[in-house]
Ligand binder design. Structure first.
Ligand code: PBG
Length: 327
């Protein structure tokens, strides 16, 4: 028995070749940024318990890791430093120490791999004894005084060779402030990927384990956005655009696909999405238990970002996805 149907969408799903022909989105290694964790010392590789497969590497080891990723086609990295507790202070002064771990690391990468692009994080938390992204006074996270420290940090990173800076702090006015700070110091060509819509999320947990950077008191709700809001993301996007951002980012990724789409529809700038530590951990944990097929879940998640309109994906899956593409 067959019915008369003019439209049979299944015709376009008939076999793999046809499915490939009509496929609307793909994820290429060119779209990926790999976030990486750098530690002090030599010949060190310490796996992060809550992020199976992701290691904190000392600089020498990380250079090997970058070389391996480069062979796989990954060209952009977002490094984060793990700072000894003894080097943290209220003002995050270690963040602009020219002899410090992070600045030295940036120099080493650019010296060994001039073609590798580094997007460096600008926020006080990895270096702050308070574990907050801004300067703390009497339990309050100060906005304008924080900008000065972010400026010093961004300038030190730019001097060391950073290609793009990524302010992840969510202070008001920081994109304009940093643009002006970099320009007046001769760094007009350093880009800014703003963490435009960064939400106060439970999914940052494993990252804060990785860096030992959890807030020492309170939470980040006076600067990171309320997960209930989307119009506010448009306001942040408008401000970042006016202030000179070159890219807009949404973070976390999976629970905020609507925000990715919203910014895509309202902006001409490239849109990035950060598939964060907790999202990575969920997939790994469920796959370890045999509850889901981790590889297929990963591919589906990465595709969902492209479908929602992201141009760029920051993801801890970058290396294993590149390996998968090579197979
Ligand atoms: C801090 C920063 C965070 C992440 C990137 N930069 C954590 C936070 O805001 O507490 C999270 C990344 C991840 O969870 O993978 N400025």
């Amino acid at each position: 028995m067959s019915h008369y149907l003019t439209r049979r969408p299944r015709r376009n799903r008939k076999n793999e070749v046809i499915r490939d022909l009509v496929q609307e989105n793909t994820v290429s290694v060119n779209d990926l940024i790999f976030p990486i964790f750098v530690i002090e010392g030599e010949n060190k590789a310490v796996e992060i318990t809550s992020m199976p497969g992701i290691y904190r590497y000392s600089t020498d080891k990380m250079l090997e890791e970058i070389a391996a990723c480069r062979e796989l086609g990954i060209k952009t990295f977002a490094p984060f430093p793990v700072i000894d507790e003894a080097k943290k202070d209220r003002f995050a002064q270690e963040s602009y120490n020219a002899e410090g771990l992070f600045i030295k690391f940036i120099e080493a990468v650019k010296k060994n791999f001039p073609d590798v692009v580094l997007m460096t994080d600008v926020a006080m938390d990895p270096y702050s004894s308070d574990g907050h992204d801004g300067l703390v006074d009497n339990g309050e996270i100060l906005n304008d005084p924080t900008l000065e420290f972010l400026g010093k940090m961004a300038l030190a990173q730019a001097r060391a060779g950073a290609d793009i800076i990524g302010p992840s702090d969510m202070m008001d006015g920081r994109v304009g402030f940093l643009r002006n700070y970099l320009d007046s110091n001769g760094f007009q060509n350093v880009g800014i990927m703003s963490y435009t819509a960064k939400y106060a999320s439970a999914f940052y947990g494993p990252f804060r384990d990785a860096l030992d950077s959890a807030p020492k008191f309170g939470d980040k709700k006076t600067y990171q956005m309320n997960p209930a809001n989307s119009r506010e993301a448009l306001l942040e996007a408008e401000l970042d655009t006016l202030e000179g951002a070159d890219y807009l980012m949404v973070k976390p990724g999976l629970p905020y696909l609507d925000i990715v789409k919203l910014l895509r529809d309202h902006s001409h700038l490239p849109i990035a999405v950060y598939n964060i530590s907790g999202e990575y951990a969920m997939v790994k944990a469920a796959a370890e238990k045999g509850w889901i097929d981790g590889e297929r879940a990963r591919n589906e998640i990465l595709l969902s970002f492209k479908r929602a309109g992201a141009d760029i994906i920051l993801t801890y899956f970058a290396k294993e996805y590149a390996q998968y593409l090579k197979r």
